[in-house]
Design a protein. Structure first.
Length: 95
């Protein structure tokens, strides 16, 4: 039986791929209920997607910290001042 969500919308993409979450602005502070529902959707679907989010690096880190401690991968070129961020924009610096 699928979980009923009160603060977000969860749309399964396929059985193996995961789900798309909407109805939430990740650039804002999330309530505990919102995060709990996002976390539950992740546990149930293994992969979750959020479309059309406008996040700066600090917002990305604030959201990610809700899942646990952030790590710095010394083998990834990160944006200046944000060693925990992996940005496609900065991968070209490796070439």
């Amino acid at each position: 039986m699928a979980t009923q969500y009160r603060t977000i919308e969860v749309k399964k993409i396929s059985g193996a791929l995961g789900a798309e979450i909407s109805g939430v602005d990740l650039s804002k502070d999330l309530s505990n209920e919102q995060f709990s529902e996002i976390h539950q959707a992740w546990l149930e679907n293994c992969v979750i997607f959020f479309r059309d989010q406008k996040l700066d690096f600090d917002s990305q880190k604030r959201f990610a910290r809700r899942f646990g401690e952030l790590i710095h991968d010394p083998f990834v070129v990160a944006p200046p001042g944000h060693p925990e961020i992996r940005s496609e924009e900065h991968t070209s610096e490796l070439q």
